[in-house]
Design a binder for this molecule. Structure first.
Ligand SMILES: NC(=O)c1ccc[n+]([C@@H]2O[C@H](COP(=O)([O-])OP(=O)(O)OC[C@H]3O[C@@H](n4cnc5c(N)ncnc54)[C@H](O)[C@@H]3O)[C@@H](O)[C@H]2O)c1
Ligand SMILES: O=c1ccn([C@@H]2O[C@H](COP(=O)(O)OP(=O)(O)O[C@H]3O[C@H](CO)[C@@H](O)[C@H](O)[C@H]3O)[C@@H](O)[C@H]2O)c(=O)[nH]1
Length: 436
């Protein structure tokens, strides 16, 4: 099929490359000329395992090209909208202005029977509003909402083999939108991927409900970690034990510094704001607690660090291992690791952050942040080590060789990934989150 992807940031760049990999003819459009030039040259603006490979093969085959000119989308049968919906500073609501302007720019270029497919995460009601505009201004085209569930670090795999497909379609479109999307996703459908065809509002809600549920699960286990810390219990054993109950499940029950990234935090805030707009002020109030519990984890680690440093961080060297919001990503949006590092620096510590992929993005936000290109340099002479993002190379650190580099053998394992007994046996003061 001929496809355009409008907005080639994280989601759009992956989606465009994956659609071309599936054999479609794809044009990726973005208003950011630098991004488009880099993508056309095979260089995504972010780190995502497997993406450079499919980007290169799709571009070389001629199935994928990029442009800043929306008119280049005119021949496409399906147009995916993948622009950003960031959090607005005042209310926390999702800012849909980029969706609106991309939609407006696209309207004059729609071929007869073209289908616009929203992929961005939007407040419920957005698709119905855009559909009303379409009916008035370009009735020869259709609209569907097809939320995206990919995880950073697994984005290519998640796009090529999703857990499920959700199509929000207009009532009475005679199955046209669903059949176009079935064509787009034929490979996944033939592989047995479940597909849910529903109305616009449900499709929009599925996306934010999924992220709200995941965020709640993480904050639940982090609340348990606070109780465990107060009682000497072990939150990891607790998670294993409750996770055996198939109704609960073990995934997303890892206690630690909490969740970050470009999705979970902004999506729960946007969801709360939307519920309030709908007059449902109390309905999602618990998500405010989920957010607060999450942010408290970062403050707890900073407090623990100050305590471990004898009551003051001033002048002490703190090595922070990891700055991205999770491993296998260079994304530092709302990263707990970055927040912790910056807070300790503000308290006067000599913070040295290291990360395999995230330093450039961290420095772009905090140019004064102390950084080191290697783990070894970060650790050298440190009075305290904080493992903040569980990159593999930090999970596999050896306590004895690490111990020879640092000034003091003190570590806070902010992701509960190290073996406490082994670190203690090597003379470290080990602290996990909710672990004895
Ligand atoms: N990043 C993820 O893992 C992920 C996963 C699922 C859903 N989402 C959702 O997808 C959307 C995009 O997220 P992202 O992380 O890719 O954001 P992003 O900020 O990386 O990318 C957004 C892109 O849209 C471009 N853009 C803005 N206005 C435009 C316009 N009028 N025409 C063309 N391009 C325009 C920007 O230049 C930018 O490149 C958001 O709604 C997000 O919540 C993201
Ligand atoms: O048990 C856990 C699991 C995750 N996290 C943290 O939670 C955050 C989010 O992780 P993850 O969900 O894997 O990352 P994202 O790539 O942001 O993906 C989420 O957000 C995307 C954008 O909406 C959705 O598409 C995905 O389905 C959804 O998982 C990260 O900071 C993780 O460290 C924990 O603290 N404990």
């Amino acid at each position: 099929m001929r496809i355009s992807v409008i907005g080639c940031g994280y989601l759009g760049a992956v989606h465009a490359s994956a659609m071309a990999e599936l054999g479609h003819d794809v044009v990726g459009i973005d208003v950011d000329e630098r991004k488009i030039k880099a993508l056309a040259a095979g260089r995504p603006a972010f780190y995502e395992p497997g993406l450079p490979e499919i980007l290169a093969s799709a571009t070389a085959s001629g199935r994928l090209r990029f442009s800043t000119d929306i008119a280049e989308a005119a021949e496409a049968e399906v147009h995916f909208l993948a622009v950003g919906t960031p959090q607005t500073a005042d209310t926390g609501a999702a800012d849909v202005s980029y969706v609106d302007s991309a939609f407006s720019a696209l309207l004059p270029h729609l071929a007869e029977g073209a289908l616009i497919v929203g992929k961005s995460t939007v407040p419920v009601g957005t698709a119905a509003r855009l559909a009303a505009r379409l009916a008035a201004e370009a009735p020869h085209a259709g609209l569907a909402w097809n939320p995206e569930f990919l995880r950073e670090g697994f984005a290519v795999k998640d796009t090529l083999s999703p857990d499920r497909l959700v199509y929000g379609v207009a009532q009475g479109d005679g199955g046209r939108a669903a059949s176009a999307l079935d064509h787009v996703y034929r490979a996944a459908i033939e592989a047995g991927t479940p597909r849910i065809v529903t109305d616009y509002a449900t499709a929009e809600l599925v996306k934010v409900a999924a992220n709200a549920f995941l965020a709640t699960k993480i904050s639940f286990i982090n609340a348990m970690s606070e109780i465990a810390d107060a009682t000497g219990a072990d939150v990891t054993a607790l998670a294993d034990a409750i996770g055996h109950d198939a109704r609960i499940g073990r995934r997303f029950l890892n206690a630690g510094v909490g969740f970050g990234g470009g999705c979970l935090p902004k999506d729960i805030r946007g969801f709360i704001a939307r519920a309030e707009e709908l007059g449902l002020n109390d309905t999602l109030a618990f998500l405010g607690e989920v957010d607060e519990t999450n942010l408290r984890q970062r403050r707890r680690v900073v407090d623990l660090a100050v305590q471990d440093l004898g009551g003051s961080a001033a002048g002490k060297k703190v090595a922070v291992l990891g700055v991205t919001f999770k491993p296998d990503s260079d994304d530092v949006r709302d990263s707990p690791a970055l927040d912790i590092a910056v807070s300790l620096q503000e308290l006067g510590a000599r913070v040295v952050v290291t990360d395999p992929e995230g330093l450039e993005n961290a420095l772009a936000r905090h140019p004064d942040l102390g950084t080191a290109p290697t783990t070894r340099e970060a650790l050298f002479g440190a009075h305290l080590v904080i493992l903040a993002t569980e990159w593999n190379e930090y999970r596999t650190l050896d306590p004895e060789t690490t111990g020879r580099l640092v000034g003091e053998r003190r570590i806070i394992d902010g992701r509960n990934v190290l073996e406490p007994a082994a670190w203690r046996a090597a003379g470290w003061r080990y602290r996990g989150i909710g672990r004895p």
